[in-house]
Write a protein that binds this ligand. Sequence first.
Ligand code: GLC
Length: 708
Amino acid sequence: MKNLLFIFFCPLIFLYAQQEKKVEDMLFQLTNEEKITMCHAQSKFTSPGVPRLGIPELSMSDGPHGIRPEINWDDWGYANWTNDYVTAFPALTCLAATFNPDLSMDYGISIGEEARYRKKDILLGPGVNIYRTPLNGRNFEYMGEDPYLASELVVPYVKGVQKNGVAACVKHYALNNQEQWRGHINVEVSDRALHEIYLPAFKAAVKQGNAWAIMGSYNKFRGQHCCHNDLLLNKILKKSWGFDGVVISDWGGVHNTDEAIHNGLDIEMGTPSDRSHSKRYPYNSNFLGNPFLKKIIEGDVEESILDDKVRRILRLMMRTSLNKDRPFGSINSKQHYETAYKIASEGVVLLKNAENFLPLDKSKQIKIAIIGENAEKSMSVGGGSSELKPDKEISPLFGIKKEFKNAVIKYAKGYSSNPDEDHDDLRKEALTIVKESDVVLFIGGLNKNNFQDSEANDRKNYQLPYGQPKLINEISKHNKNIAVILISGNAVKTDWKTNVKSILQTWYLGSEAGNAIASILSGEINPSGKLPFTFPESLTDNGAHYFGKLSYPGDGESQYYKEDILVGYRWHDTKNIKPSFSFGHGLSYTSFELTDINSNKKNYSTNETIKISCNVKNTGEFEGKEVVQVYIGKVKSKVNRAKKELRGFKKVFVKVNKSEKTEIEIPVKNLAYYNEIESDWEIEKGDYIIYVGNASNNILDKIIITIT
Ligand code: GLC
């Protein structure tokens, strides 16, 4: 066996050694001036190469959901090119809701092909900041509230992107869990919560995903900006995790030359240029520009520190811009739209479905009233740096009309995000068509406007905006057959939910949005999404808000994560606070039975793997997919712990009246908690409860095991 491993790994080791030799050869030829220029921007989204040696510059682009329209060389304006129309992939909350790592690989490959085709060497994504509060403006760009789910999904995405010779730049490292005061807010959080909740997805991206780049975040942690934070970048990322890639600052996230030099930053981006300083090299005034060069020349800084930065940059170039074997990419292809559609339709979550109201029979001539601005609003624009210029974007209204050709469909906006519109007229118009229809599809939610799921600002409250709750309740007085289709990247207050029969959580779904929503409504696709975050009944039921302003959003200087490790369902479970909809919840048009739930053993040593098996039987009338979820909690722990934590999941397809055996493996080492006294992970011996179900609030069996 050892020989086999050696034969497998030997070529890889040889290739890595060859690459490293080339890096050293190039490094040796560079002047200090050339090295310094590589450590900062030369434009909004490029950093320089070395023209003298034919080393190409590095080109970067947002974002996590698709390749952002071309930005001007030296300002934030759009260049209005005509070749930068792209595929808009679903937001990463949708990907998380699929609970399907295979789709995450498809996502990474497809978006990486589009980045490659657009000649981008670094994709500024994915984002994996943990969902701590439903008000965070950028939660739609991330993968939910659970570190294990985010870890399982970020790894294939990163690998898929990098198969194209494009670096994934995982962001925003770390603790960027709100947009309010994002540029300076100082986060104070325990080591346990840092290592158990906020870092795991970044660690997985580096150690399992082999990410080639990481983006520092704007905020501070324990008083130091994260773009040059010694603990996060030098001690944890580079030393403990062995990260051999490049740390890139968030745009304008650098504030101090000495810290940027010594605390692990490799490329400074987004600091403004200064053409008064130099027309030819306006970015040389950056913190890692001339001030850095001066310190090198005067011997105040070891050249080895500069060489380490440049070595990492050259290594990233060998993997991307200098990689002559990388593929050519593709854009707006049939495959990419199929990928976008698969992820969109598999990420939609059926939250409620009273009387099996959905799916609607598309063969019948039913009268459908479609109400809501989100039925026709483009959701690929707005939201900040993740916005896109899609070559195609199917609106819900268009998709539903296409799917329900036999129906009589009338549309009314009902409400508007534009305060100048006459809301009473809109309301009356909606009620008129509601009264004469068989079915009402209310398509609302948030919309990526400012304060409504957008970068640089958080939501101001938990409610659905623009008077939607009142309109939903009023509609229900005239027509009980209502399905609400929520388009959002965050939980919203659902105190109107008793007045409607069905609720779909349908994310920002991108180019194929309307087709995916229509397929779910007609039953062409059986929904199989599960919530990647909790819907609290009210904001103060959420752990981040329970402790008041110092916890969220802070006092303008600092904030304290007082809920500590109890984020999301961990809080609700442990404090016994029933949410409106739970993490991992998602209904189907069919029904499943989980039986024969077993573990392979009852006693495990710390280096073993727990194997949980169960049968998933489809007892309904639709074929479909179910997500078996395994949570584990320690009995009588010596430290404070959540009642249970997600430690394994598997999505399984089951035909009608068939059963599928499912097995989930959980290494015992994954049960460790972070011992703050030892500053290391510790596996507690003793009893654990294994909870197996299809949602965090729907546990079908428990198994007691013992770690000896
Ligand atoms: C923005 C965002 C970051 C983005 C970068 C470049 O401020 O925080 O996610 O990649 O700047 O647009």
